[in-house]
Structures are given as C-alpha cells and as structure tokens.
Write a protein that binds this ligand. Structure first.
Ligand code: OSB
Ligand code: MG
Length: 370
C-alpha cells in the first residue's frame, strides 16, 4: 500500500460513568482518531489511546498529535508499505511515543486486511469465535456504591471484575467486597500507587484470593516488582511497565510478574502486541487484553487481538454501552453473558459511523502528499 492522505480528528465523547483511578477522574473520553487512505482509495481507521493528561504514561493527546504531524505521518506519506508488521521498523529512528505510532499502525492494519480480504482476527492468526470479557470499575465514592456497581457487573455476566485500589481504598474495601462476592473472580489495579515501603499492606491482599494485582509499583519499574512478587502469593500483572517484547522478556526473566496486560497502544501497535503474546505463550505466561476506555475503533482492534490463543484471561474490553450513549461504529460492540463474538467479516468487523464521528469531532486536520 502507498499512503496518500491522513486525517487526524480530535473527538470528545462523554463517558456514561466518570472513571476514577488512583490518579484522578476522567469525565470525557478525549482522543485522536486517524483516517488513513492509500492510493487505491482504501480507508483505514486507527485510534490513539493517549489521554489529555500524562497520568497513565507520559504521552498525551497533544504529544501524539505533534509526533504524528511532525515525525510519523511524513514517514508514511508516499511510502510503499508491504505489511503493517514493517511499521515499527519504519519508525525505528523515533524513540518511544508508542501510542502515536500505534494509532498509525492500527489504520495500516485496517487497510491491509481489507486489501487481502480477511478479518483482522484471521490476519493475526486468532481462532477464537468468541472472547471472554471482564470489566474494570473505577473507584466509587463509598463502599456501598462500589458494591452496587460490582453487583450490576456480575448481573450483566462479566467474567471477572477489576477494582481500582489506592492507599486508603484497598484492604478494608477489598474485605467488604470479598464478603459480599465470595466466588466472583476479582482482581485489583493500583496504577502504580504504592512503593516497596507499603509491602506489609500489599501482603494483606493475599487473603482475598485475587486473580492478580495489577501494577502495584512504579510505572517504569521491574526490579521492585520482582522483589515484591517473591513475597506475595497473588500473581503480579504488569501494565504500565511493559512497552515492548524486550520489556516483557526482561520482566519475565527477572520474575517481576506472573501475568501481562497487553495494550496495543502502550506497546506501539498490533504487531508488537502479537509478538509479546507469542513470547508469553512460549514461556507459559498468561496474557489478557487491557483497555483504555476506547471508542469502537480501538475496541474492534482489541477484540481481534484477543482472538489469539494465549489471551486466556478475560480482558477489559466491555461492551460499547458500558462507556458511551452512542459509539462511533455500527454495530456497536455487544457483550452478552460475558462474551463478545469475534467478527468474521473482512476488515475490523465493524463499520465506522461517519455521522457519529462528525458529531463528536471538535478539531481536525488533513495531511496529503506534496
Ligand atoms: O490501568 O488498565 C488501566 C483505563 C484507563 C487507563 C488505564 C487503565 C484503565 C482501565 C479501564 O482499567 C479499562 C477499560 O475499561 O477500557
Ligand atoms: Mg492497569
């Protein structure tokens, strides 16, 4: 494929439920949507999962726009690209900036699968017909409210419940939740809210029979996580610390985790996500697909990726209606009894809804070959 035109749109979609983590609360999903067109007129969409503020990783909506406009888009315009797997190599002169790179790579995958007449899942080698889904619930104002939202998620059939924790909202909260839901598969995500100085407290989480504890320590650490993992029974799952296959290899060799959360945007794209998946499968490390409150475009990519065999734990890819009044794809993503059916049609399996996209767009800019 030869890319002729790229449009970046900034979309603002109100979240049905404000999402609170150890770092603060998100009310609106603000993100960049990419529309990429090649010389044959095939159009692919990609989503940048960077938020407005750099609380999760260092990238933001504006840094990803800057990286795409000034560095990445010039590298792909008019460039003959054989296969989306080649994108990271094309971008190798640019350090990090995984979410910016991933947004472009996702759109190239979309074009590639349309032109080769296959579904995205099929192109990746994903064989599952349906995937198991969990849900990530933000921190609530009271424990009663937390019980209420968990009860609804359990009733909706989600296969695993993830609770956000932070100092002061951890042991007591988990104890009450476990008492209320003794048999529900549950896990906790700290988004780096602790340090090794909190080790005695983290050890107490062992009594709640959690599937895993996600990213308890610093976002760029794998050393302290290895120390912690040796002292707790509950498997550690790394999220923020893993940006590449190399990061995954080092963390696994050090014993820093027992599980890895794979997010396409955090690792620079679908190709690298698949490489990490394959490596973990080989090493006997289970993986699952994380979420970034994606719109339907990013969600469709997550679903296709999750069709791969070593995604053996439910991911954070809940249905569209959990997040938004209206999603930007048709049909919307539907989770039924804790499963999402993997689309088998050519492409990403969902059609971008241009009317909805326009409705949510607050800014846009188009880049063409000169
Ligand atoms: O740490 O997994 C996380 C959302 C935004 C940023 C980071 C995280 C999350 C979630 C929500 O946990 C996952 C989702 O529902 O998309
Ligand atoms: Mg996380």
């Amino acid at each position: 494929m030869k890319i002729k035109k790229v449009t970046i749109r900034h979309l603002s979609m109100q979240l049905k439920h404000p999402f609170s983590t150890s770092f603060g609360t998100i009310y609106n999903k603000e993100f960049l949507l990419l529309e990429v067109e090649d010389e044959q007129g095939t159009i692919g969409f990609g989503e940048s999962v960077a938020f407005e503020a750099p609380w999760y990783t260092e990238e933001t909506l504006k840094t990803t726009w800057h990286m795409m406009e000034d560095f990445l888009i010039p590298l792909i315009l008019n460039q003959e690209i054989e296969h989306p797997d080649d994108t990271l190599e094309l971008f190798k002169g640019i350090r990090k900036n995984y979410m910016a790179k991933s947004a472009i790579e996702g759109a190239l995958w979309d074009i590639y699968v349309q032109q080769t007449n296959q579904s995205l899942a099929q192109a990746l080698g994903g064989k599952k017909e349906k995937i198991e889904v969990g849900i990530s619930l933000g921190i609530q104002e009271t424990i009663d409210k937390q019980i209420e939202v968990v009860a609804k998620a359990v009733k909706d059939g989600y296969k695993r419940i993830k609770l956000k924790i932070k100092p002061g909202w951890d042991i007591e909260m988990m104890r009450v939740l476990r008492e209320n839901f003794p048999d529900v598969p549950m896990m906790a995500d700290a988004n780096s809210a602790y340090t090794l100085a909190d080790i005695e407290k983290i050890k107490q989480l062992d009594e709640f029979n959690l599937m895993m504890i996600e990213q308890p320590l610093s976002s760029d650490d794998i050393i302290d996580h290895a120390v912690l993992q040796r002292q707790i029974k509950t498997p550690i799952c790394l999220d923020e610390s893993i940006h590449s296959l190399e990061d995954a290899r080092k963390a696994i060799e050090l014993g820093s985790c027992g599980v890895i959360n794979i997010k396409i945007g955090r690792v620079g794209g679908i190709s690298e996500a698949k490489r990490i998946h394959d490596y973990c499968e080989d090493k006997g490390i289970p993986v699952w697909c994380g979420g970034m409150l994606e719109s339907g475009i990013g969600r469709a990519h997550n679903i296709a990726l999750t069709a791969l065999s070593n995604f053996v734990m439910p991911g954070d890819t809940a249905g569209s209606s959990h997040y938004f009044e209206q999603d930007i794809i048709t049909p919307e993503v539907i989770a039924r009894d804790g499963y999402i059916t993997v689309p088998q049609e050519v492409g990403i399996g969902y059609t971008p809804n241009l009317e909805a996209i326009n409705k949510y767009t607050v800014a846009s800019k188009t880049y063409k070959c000169v």
